[in-house]
Design a protein. Structure first.
Length: 281
């Protein structure tokens, strides 16, 4: 017999508490965020004790019984909810029937440095949550060791950022709120070369690859979507590098440029040992 939903009212205290996490101030106060859809919830369930609660429609609980089982095994409280309840919690137009409440994941900048990273993405004053999540996904796919969001950047746990990362929030360490100068100083101290990605860069990505300088530990700094990197930030880098435009396009957007740069570094760093295959989800 099909189980009946236990939560049928959007006014339920549990539902109200989850719905508030769509707002940044409540996320920061509770240090909790929402992860929606089967992919994100599966990743959360497999990430230690990160998943606190799971809200699922009856249909989704049956369709994704393995994910619900993983959530329970991870210690999460599972609530069967009416479709209207899920729609009330969800921040998407078409909810997929699973919404998880997760603990914050960010780590300290010092922890990232202690791990001696070889490839890092630094988002400097990036404000668009979709871009931030997509760059995080690209960094994950390229095999980066960490991502750093500087002070003034978008909230890592913005629902659009979480959705855009498609589960990559749970795959690699991310430090937040780090001043650009501190990030550069710390990474240089850890032996990491700093490259600033800028369309007006003096150096060309192809030239950097030809020179053989891309195989060393590297951190790429990516700037704001509208105004890029200020001169003060570019001056901190060891080189300012542009992605060559061989066709007639005016430019590349932030996430696309980040993917090109991160994969260029990943290929150079792995040239001796070969490159692992990557399958997009």
């Amino acid at each position: 017999m099909t189980a009946a939903p236990e939560l049928i009212s959007p006014k339920s205290p549990r539902v109200s508490a989850a719905r508030r996490l769509a707002k940044r101030n409540f996320r920061g106060k509770e240090r909790l965020f929402l992860a929606e859809g089967p992919q994100a919830v599966r990743e959360a369930a497999g990430h230690g004790r990160t998943l606190v609660e799971l809200f699922a429609t009856v249909d989704a609980a049956e369709r994704y019984a393995d994910i619900v089982g993983e959530a329970r095994a991870a210690g999460a409280r599972v609530h069967l909810a009416d479709d209207d309840v899920i729609a009330d919690i969800s921040t998407t137009v078409t909810p997929q029937g699973l919404v998880g409440v997760c603990r914050f994941l960010d780590v300290s900048f010092e922890e990232i440095l202690a791990a001696r990273p070889r490839l890092v993405a630094v988002l400097a004053h990036v404000r668009d949550p979709g871009n931030a999540g997509t760059v995080l996904r690209c960094a994950d796919a390229a095999g980066a060791d960490a991502v750093i969001l500087t002070d003034g950047s978008v909230d890592l746990y913005n629902p659009k950022s979480v959705r855009a990362s498609v589960g990559s929030h749970f795959h690699l360490p991310v430090a937040v709120g780090v001043p650009v100068e501190q990030a550069v100083r710390g990474l240089k101290g850890a032996g990491v070369r700093i490259l600033a990605a800028d369309g007006a860069g003096e150096d060309d990505l192809d030239t950097e690859l030809d020179k053989g300088t891309m195989g060393t530990p590297t951190a790429w700094i990516f700037g704001n979507e509208a105004w890029g990197l200020p001169e003060a930030t570019r001056a901190l880098a060891d080189a300012v590098v542009r992605v060559p435009i061989h066709g007639r396009a005016e430019s590349l957007n932030l996430a696309t440029a980040a993917a090109v740069c991160l994969y260029a570094s990943a290929r150079a760093q792995r040239a001796a040992g070969g490159c692992r295959s990557v399958t997009s989800s």
